[in-house]
Design a protein around this ligand. Structure first.
Ligand code: ADP
Length: 261
C-alpha cells in the first residue's frame, strides 16, 4: 500500500486567495444589489426593465451565496475548540453516519482504548466524519464496508525527519477506511486541492477534502492517505493529544486550565 503525507502549501494559498477574493467580491455585490434595489423602486412594475432588474437582483443573491460558501471554506468562521473525547463524539454521530452511507454499506466502529483527549471544535469533528464517510460511500457505490477506528500514536524525530511539517509528540488518531474504488496516483496527487473532483457534475464540489485538510491544519494535526486502485482507501488523521483528561461537563474548565498551564 502506498503512503502519502499531505503537505499542501499550494492548497493553503489557494484557500487564502479564495477567501480574500470572496470577501472583496461580497462588498462589490452588496453595492450592485443596493443600487439595483433602488432602481427597482423607481421603475414601473409592469415594465420589462423591472423584470430585467429583478433578474440582476436574483443573480446577485445567488452570487452572494456562493461567496458565503467560499468564505466558510476559507475558515473565516469562528471556531471554539474544547477538550473532548473523540470516541464520545464519534459515538454521538454514528447513527447519522449510518444514514448517510445507506443500508448497503456496513459501518464498523472500532474505538481505541484510553486514547485521551483532543482540543477541537466539535462541529469540526462532525465535518471531518461526514466528508470522509460521504467519500467512502461514493467510492464504494454499492455493497461494502466502512471502518471508523481511533487510537494513539507517538510521532518521533525520525518520522518528522522524513515527513516535512510534522511535529513530534503524542497524537490521537482517527481513520476512515473503505473497500471502494481506491485512487490512482494522479487523483492522490490532487485530491486535497479545492474544486478537484472526479465525481459527475452536480455530485461533488471538490471542497470536501480541502475542508478536512483546512480543519486538521488549523488544529495542528496532519493526515496520511493509503490507497490502492480496486482495493480501497484509508484516510488517517492525527490530532495532538490534549494534556488534560476530559470529564463530563468539564470542558470549559479544561480550556481555561490550558490557558494558565
Ligand atoms: P468531492 O467529494 O466533492 O469530489 P472531495 O474533496 O471530498 O470532493 O474529494 C475529491 C476527490 O477525491 C473525489 O472526487 C474522489 O475522486 C477522490 N476521493 C476522495 N475520497 C475518496 C475515497 N474514499 N475513495 C476514492 N476516491 C476518493
Amino acid at each position: 500500500l502506498q503512503q502519502q503525507v499531505i503537505q499542501s502549501q499550494k492548497m493553503e494559498s489557494v484557500g487564502r486567495l479564495a477567501g480574500g477574493v470572496a470577501h472583496d467580491f461580497n462588498n462589490m455585490l452588496s453595492v450592485i444589489s443596493g443600487f439595483t434595489e433602488l432602481s427597482l423602486a423607481k421603475v414601473d412594475k409592469q415594465s420589462s426593465l423591472h423584470e430585467y432588474l429583478s433578474e440582476v437582483l436574483s443573480a446577485c443573491k445567488r452570487s452572494t451565496n456562493i461567496t458565503r460558501q467560499l468564505l466558510a471554506f476559507a475558515s473565516k468562521q469562528t471556531v471554539e475548540p474544547i477538550a473532548l473525547d473523540l470516541n464520545h463524539s464519534i459515538e454521538a454521530m454514528l447513527k447519522m453516519l449510518g444514514r448517510l452511507i445507506g443500508e448497503d454499506i456496513t459501518l464498523i466502529w472500532q474505538p481505541g482504548e484510553d486514547i485521551g483527549t483532543v482540543k477541537i471544535d466539535p462541529t469540526q469533528v462532525d465535518q471531518i466524519l461526514a466528508n470522509l464517510c460521504v467519500n467512502a460511500r461514493d467510492a464504494i457505490g454499492g455493497v461494502g464496508r466502512v471502518i471508523i477506528e481511533t487510537g494513539t500514536a507517538t510521532i518521533d524525530d525520525a518520522y518528522c525527519a522524513t515527513h516535512k511539517g510534522v511535529v513530534a509528540g503524542e497524537y490521537v488518531t482517527l481513520s476512515v477506511s473503505d473497500n471502494g474504488s481506491g485512487m490512482d496516483d494522479d487523483t492522490q496527487r490532487h485530491l486535497f486541492e479545492p474544486f478537484f473532483t472526479t465525481k459527475e457534475e452536480g455530485k461533488g464540489t471538490g471542497l470536501g477534502l480541502a475542508t478536512v485538510f483546512g480543519i486538521i491544519k488549523q488544529n495542528n494535526g496532519f493526515l496520511t492517505v493509503y490507497s490502492e486502485p480496486g482495493e480501497g482507501s484509508t484516510f488517517k488523521i492525527y490530532l495532538p493529544q490534549h494534556p488534560y483528561p476530559v470529564e463530563p461537563g468539564q470542558s470549559e474548565q479544561h480550556q481555561s486550565a490550558d490557558v494558565h498551564g
